[in-house]
Design a binder for this molecule. Structure first.
Ligand SMILES: C[S@@+](CC[C@H](N)C(=O)[O-])C[C@H]1O[C@@H](n2cnc3c(N)ncnc32)[C@H](O)[C@@H]1O
Length: 263
């Protein structure tokens, strides 16, 4: 939409809303991002300005809240992202550590991370009792992940032998997964600023999400996730999110991979 501008009071209000709703700290220089992500919405609602949009948001909070959180969170993800960490996972599967594991893809976005893990374990531990649970604050992301339907363009990131083993093409140009994968994957909306199942998971993937938070929230999210991780369980962080392992009583194993030492 042409001619839209965002003044600092609007930026401050949207920062406050996103912080309250998802804990996400939006930067100050985000005028372009706001215009690119909300401009069409403002046009679609036949509004004239960001001020009108804020008024609309306040009057239609329950209907608009998910749209706004979704539009202003970054969902970038792809199959086999940071694949060196997944190589580490293969070693664990081969050593039989994953046969009956409970795995959490925290901040799973559209599900590519959870399905990449499932495809790998399916190849190396097909008979195991493992399961993968993905969560994200975005309803839209969780609903797309649950549909388990991906564009054929994304196939190129998946190793061919894994695709042949556990995926299949659909007539509409998308692909999906065999029931052996679908039966072991589930998705749910969840905000990482809250605590989750205690002492429950053997592996937690918390990748490429801490970067969107201020240090206090990063600390809170780390603590919440570590409470959900069993003792000696393993935490995977994104490569740009390495933590002071000692602060959290973690043993550093490999690039961004840590083991929990105590409860
Ligand atoms: C960049 S994606 C990362 C996806 C995946 N982990 C990966 O590495 O490819 C970040 C995801 O974090 C989610 N997110 C942001 N704030 C969150 C919160 N407070 N609780 C749960 N998920 C959140 C976003 O909705 C987004 O889908």
């Amino acid at each position: 939409m042409k001619g839209l501008s965002v003044d600092p009071t609007v930026i401050k209000s949207l920062q406050d809303i996103m912080y309250e709703e998802a804990g996400v700290a939006l930067k100050d220089d985000i005028e372009e991002l706001l215009i690119s992500r909300l401009g069409n919405r403002i046009e679609q609602l036949k509004l004239k300005s960001f001020h009108d949009y804020l008024a609309y948001f306040n009057q239609n909070y329950s209907g608009e809240r998910d749209y706004l959180v979704d539009a202003l969170t970054t969902h970038e993800t792809y199959f086999f992202r940071e694949s060196d960490q997944l190589d580490f996972l293969i070693k664990l599967v081969k050593s039989n550590r994953i046969r009956d594991a409970k795995i959490w893809s925290a901040a799973c976005s559209y599900g590519q991370e959870a399905f990449s893990i499932a495809l790998l374990i399916s190849e190396y531990a097909p008979m195991g009792n493992w399961e993968i649970h993905g969560t994200d604050v975005s309803y839209d992301a969780v609903s797309k992940a649950s549909s388990a339907k991906f564009s054929s363009k994304e196939k190129t990131k998946i190793p061919r032998e894994l695709f042949e083993l556990s995926c299949f093409d659909q007539p509409d140009g998308t692909f999906s997964f065999h029931s052996s994968v679908l039966e072991r994957t589930s998705f749910q909306v969840f905000n990482l600023l809250n605590s989750y199942k205690s002492n429950f998971f053997d592996f937690v993937f918390l990748r490429n999400v801490l970067i969107y938070f201020k240090p206090e929230e990063q600390y809170k999210i780390m603590n919440n996730c570590l409470k959900s991780l069993k003792k000696e369980g393993i935490l995977f962080l994104g490569h740009s999110e390495k933590m002071a392992a000692r602060e959290f009583n973690l043993k550093s194993l490999n690039g961004g991979i840590y083991q929990k030492l105590s409860h």
